[in-house]
Design a protein around this ligand. Structure first.
Ligand SMILES: [Zn+2]
Length: 252
């Protein structure tokens, strides 16, 4: 994985040089969660996915001659559906909005533009905090792009399991973690897990407010045993392309 665009590993003169380039320097903010992802995937699954997407998109921007850095990821967010499972850390929505908005505004003040949000945590209440934070940052003058994969037009470009709504810690997310952080996957456990073909999207619409009530006794949905690193690489390429398209569009 190409981590050469990680802002946190650069020095300030490195960043000053990027900002001085014609067209300036874009930045991507990876956003994930610290929450239960079945008995087989790590709690930082969404952070791994957001970071892997952001790094690939930054590398593609570089290939197109555009300077682009990856900001340190946000690992805390609203994660109420998994709150009943050990290890999940869920913020209050107002804290999450403030953290996201202030980070975006500070990045804009630092001269980074446009900014893009690479989000991998799909809980509706969390998506809402991003929308509010993006609105607040835009009101403060920041040029922020947010390709929301839960929107139908973008979701249609992703895998069948993702589109089915049965997309938490199953084949879709399992494949992405196998691609970028295989050592963190309990693969013997993963291979033995029966599929839970329940649409989380439908369960949420029916008013279920946590994974157990939605039918996910072990905090996973979909088919973890069907995951593969190959599918993960393919999905990462699509996610990165969506992000690059958002950064290359006309913007505000
Ligand atoms: Zn996830």
């Amino acid at each position: 994985m190409d981590a050469s665009h990680d802002l946190a590993k650069l020095t300030w003169p490195d960043v000053a040089a990027l900002l001085a380039r014609p067209g300036g320097c874009a930045a991507i903010l990876p956003v994930g969660a610290t929450e239960a992802h079945g008995p087989h995937l790590p709690l930082d699954t969404d952070v791994t996915i957001a970071l892997g997407t952001a790094r690939r998109a930054a590398a593609e921007m570089q290939r197109r001659g555009r300077a682009c850095v990856v900001l340190p990821p946000i690992a805390y967010s609203v994660a109420q559906y998994a709150a009943g499972f050990a290890g999940t850390i869920s913020l209050r929505p107002e804290t999450a909005v403030a953290l996201l908005a202030d980070t975006l505004l500070a990045a804009a003040r630092a001269g980074l533009s446009p900014l893009a949000v690479a989000n991998a945590h799909l809980e509706p209440a969390h998506i809402e905090t991003i929308k509010q934070a993006v609105d607040r940052a835009r009101a403060g003058g920041a040029d922020v792009r947010f390709p929301d994969v839960t929107r139908r037009a973008l979701a249609q470009r992703l895998t069948e399991e993702f589109r089915s709504g049965s997309c938490h810690a199953g084949r879709y997310e399992g494949s992405l973690v196998l691609a970028d952080d295989p050592a963190a996957v309990k693969d013997d456990v993963r291979r033995g897990l029966p599929a839970v073909p329940i649409s989380l999207v439908d369960a949420m619409r029916a008013g279920r407010t946590d994974f157990r009530a939605a039918g996910g006794e072990q905090a996973y949905f979909g088919a973890p045993a069907e995951a593969s690193a190959e599918e993960g690489q393919q999905t990462f390429a699509i996610l990165a392309a969506l992000l690059v398209e958002a950064m290359e569009s006309a913007g505000l």
